[in-house]
Design a protein around this ligand. Structure first.
Ligand code: PLP
Length: 454
């Protein structure tokens, strides 16, 4: 229970409202086309919105705010499977009881947002839940930020202060770290920073190569050694996603990461892991736990599925007063939801080899691989990923073909997105609430779509 006003009447009404909202939302639980009388509603909103925003949207999609589990309803009355979850946040699915509860409880509070200066119990509860969830590592503190990008900026500032004047950073090829002025330099793709001056000094080394696993560690270490030779004593840290999201779910092995991290420690570099996308989505709550890398990590950033964002750090990296601050921690509803979600994920059967994340991974990858070998040979190629982060290649794996497939998949009732460049992959960020029947239907739609466009 959150803070705010409370009496018997509020309690009863809140419970009734909870049931009514949930029952109403549960009406949106099957794929369907637009309603005849609303069929131009998406365009009606988007045409004007695109003008106001100055830019078009990828999908002809406007949410109606209705939907349940894996389903989302659009303002034109159509209902689709949401297998991208707003690029990550909707891990537990639409109108999850915990979301509804978090909102209703937050409505009893006297403010919308929790700030840094005047704190609320929701921020404390979530921080406690989070710090407890990284026991076994050296991470002892957590600081909220308004976005994943800003959580990364905070991490960088802490590292810079500690290692001043060693301000250079080592990142990885194909990395995506966000859209802030600092993180756009860490992001590998130069298309994302056209016309921008370079503001931080970052050098990129090769990540694990899925096509050359045996030599990956050696290739990465050789590049790292070259860098420290060239720029002696100039680096503060090595920063990486253990599961590279925007790259199409590229990831290494425990041995690979241990090799890289041992080298980093020997070379006096802090290890910063960006889990903004992978948080809660692999077969452990954190990818660094899945790989058994607890002893190495010095700073970890999270966001998306948490419904809030922030930075974990060790005692050693605790910055001097004045370095990090900011008005907002997050909305009361988001912080409240974050705490409930982390608790639910930790207490439920989600992680480990027998958990829900692994089950979904197996269901999707096994089916994609069967299709790729049999009925959709030549149409579906590589498939991979971990937990609820699944990707696969279609046709010639170009951006054009992948977009064509994704748009048709959308018309047929599934929201997905792309990831990676040469090859480009179809990306799913699955919700945990998919039933076996949903999965059957999803694969019927994938099969139909592949036969239509490839
Ligand atoms: C790995 C990673 N880091 C950072 C970010 C940036 O997070 P945000 O969009 O919340 O700023 C993202 C967003 O996609 C991400 O995937």
């Amino acid at each position: 229970m959150t803070t705010g006003v409370s009496n018997e009447e509020i309690h009863d009404l809140s419970n009734k409202l909870f049931s009514s909202i949930l029952l109403e939302q549960q009406k949106y639980m099957a794929v369907k086309g637009p309603d005849e009388d609303k069929k131009n509603m998406n365009e009606a909103v988007l045409t004007e919105y695109e003008q106001l925003k100055g830019r078009g949207f990828f999908f002809n999609y406007v949410s109606s705010g209705k939907g349940h589990g894996p389903f989302t309803e659009l303002v034109d009355g159509s209902v689709k499977y949401d297998l991208i979850g707003a690029i990550g946040p909707n891990l537990v699915g639409h109108s999850h009881p915990l979301y509804i509860k978090a909102h209703l409880e937050a409505a009893t509070n006297d403010v919308m947002m929790c700030g840094n200066l005047l704190t609320h119990k929701e921020a404390y509860n979530l921080t406690k839940e989070l710090v407890d969830s990284v026991k076994g590592s050296r991470l002892k503190h957590f600081w909220f930020s308004g976005s994943g990008s800003f959580a990364n900026d905070t991490a960088l500032k802490m590292l810079w202060q500690k290692k001043d004047p060693a301000h250079r950073l080592i990142a990885f090829e194909k990395a995506f770290a966000g859209r802030s002025i600092a993180t756009q330099d860490i992001t590998y793709n130069p298309d994302y920073r056209q016309g921008q001056p370079q503001t931080i000094q970052v050098d990129h080394v090769p990540h694990f190569d899925q096509n050359d696993p045996e030599n990956s560690l050696e290739n990465t270490l050789n590049a790292l050694k070259e860098l420290v030779k060239k720029n002696k004593d100039q680096y503060c840290a090595i920063m990486l996603e253990l599961i590279q999201g925007e790259a199409g779910f590229v990831y290494g092995t425990k041995e690979y990461y241990e090799g890289v991290f041992k080298w980093a420690k020997e070379n006096n570099l802090y290890i910063w892991v960006d889990e903004v996308q992978s948080f809660a989505r692999t077969t452990e709550l954190y990818a660094f736990q899945m790989f058994g890398l607890e002893e190495y990590v010095d700073i970890v950033t999270i966001g998306k599925a948490l419904q809030a964002c922030g930075t974990f750090f060790t005692d050693e990296l605790n910055p001097k007063p004045g370095l990090v601050a900011g008005t907002f921690n997050g909305s009361i509803a988001s912080l409240n939801a974050g705490q409930k979600i982390v608790h639910y994920l930790k207490e439920g059967n989600f992680y480990g080899q027998d958990g829900r994340m692994k089950y979904l991974e197996d269901q999707f990858l096994n089916r994609l691989r069967v299709m790729a070998k049999g009925p959709l040979k030549g149409k579906i190629g590589y498939s991979g990923g971990v937990g609820t982060m699944i990707s696969f290649e279609v046709g010639d794996s170009t951006k054009e073909t992948t977009i064509k497939f994704i748009k048709k998949l959308y018309d047929n009732g599934i929201l997905s997105f792309m990831a990676g460049k040469e090859p480009t992959r179809v990306r799913f960020l699955l919700p945990t609430c998919l039933s076996d029947e949903h999965i059957e239907e999803i694969f019927r739609i994938i099969d139909k779509t592949a036969n239509e466009v490839l």
